[in-house]
Design a protein around this ligand. Structure first.
Ligand SMILES: [Zn+2]
Ligand SMILES: [Zn+2]
Length: 300
């Protein structure tokens, strides 16, 4: 919940800012466990289980990582290069049509685009975390698997390269940016000026949608981040690390927005996700996070 204390976060999530409990293999397991016990003793928090449940040594995380296939890799490579090409084309077209008198409209529209992208990230993340199963045909292995893996081994994302990190989100950006490039092609310059706010909205929304998992990766990276990324995080222009840590508290039921995270607090205040889950459970009988719990039980 929004009011999770630092103690609860410590007791129920992985030590990501500890390099020894992070990407190192099973030999550091006891070290992490000892450090965790010390902190828990000092803060008077009872751990739910003595054994560490997160990290690369987790059996479920290893099984999920092994399902990453060459076909999936090929899809990601194609999507990343196509999307980058479309980003460049649209940026050139936007700069070419930019007029000073439209700047305020463009800024407000761009902000709305970023907020839409943040909401979309929350909706997709919530749906993938909460419903469905890795066993489902096509989407299970290809799209739900990374979400399950991420809860079991939150820092595995920091070991993914640019292609694996961004393939799926760049794929989502392709139709939106393709639509925008087509829009420039079929409209006259005066029509483009008239709809410049709409163009700025769609462009910023698609850029932030495409960049969501890179931003998410940065929110799990505690070493070697460029200064400009740290600045964007500390100004909360992109998802800050401490903010995203709130999501990584078992059972992963809140703070799903991972682009800027701006909507997490208000959505939690109105109990948006939990209400949505109650309605779906009422009508379908499905239990939220059933599959996620199943993977969480595959201990080391
Ligand atoms: Zn999640
Ligand atoms: Zn995460």
């Amino acid at each position: 919940m929004a009011g999770k204390s630092d103690k609860e976060i410590l007791a129920n999530s992985m030590y990501e800012d500890d390099p020894n409990g992070n990407s190192a293999p099973a030999t550091t397991k006891d070290q992490e466990s000892d450090q965790r016990q010390e902190v828990l003793k000092a803060t008077n928090v009872t751990p739910p289980s003595a054994a560490p449940r997160w990290g690369p040594q987790n059996k479920g995380a290893q099984e999920l990582a092994s399902l990453y296939s060459p076909g999936k890799r090929a899809q990601e490579i194609i999507c990343v290069y196509t999307c980058i090409g479309l980003m460049i084309i649209n940026l050139i077209l936007i700069v070419r049509h930019m007029r000073l008198e439209r700047i305020s409209v463009a800024i407000v529209s761009a902000l709305c685009g970023i907020i839409t992208a943040d909401f979309a990230s929350g909706l997709v993340h919530w749906a993938a975390d909460t419903w469905g199963s890795v066993d489902l045909p096509l989407i299970g292995r290809n799209f739900l698997r990374p979400f399950r893996e991420h809860h079991l081994d939150p820092t595995s994302i920091t070991r993914h390269d640019f292609i694996e990190t961004n393939g799926d989100n760049f794929m989502v950006g392709i139709p939106i940016l393709g639509y925008l490039a087509h829009y420039f092609y079929i409209r006259s310059p005066s029509e483009i000026q008239l709809h410049f706010g709409w163009i700025a909205y769609v462009f910023l929304c698609s850029i932030f949608v495409a960049m969501t998992n890179q931003i998410h990766k940065w929110s799990h990276t505690y070493w070697g981040l460029p200064r400009w990324v740290l600045l964007l995080q500390s100004c909360h222009i992109i998802l800050p690390r401490k903010h995203h840590r709130i999501h990584h508290v078992a059972p992963h039921e809140t703070y799903f927005c991972i682009t800027t995270g701006w909507l997490n607090w208000p959505l939690e205040r109105i109990r948006f996700w939990s209400t949505f889950e109650l309605v779906i459970e009422h009508f379908t009988g499905l239990k939220p996070r059933d599959d996620d719990m199943k993977w969480a039980k595959k201990l080391t």
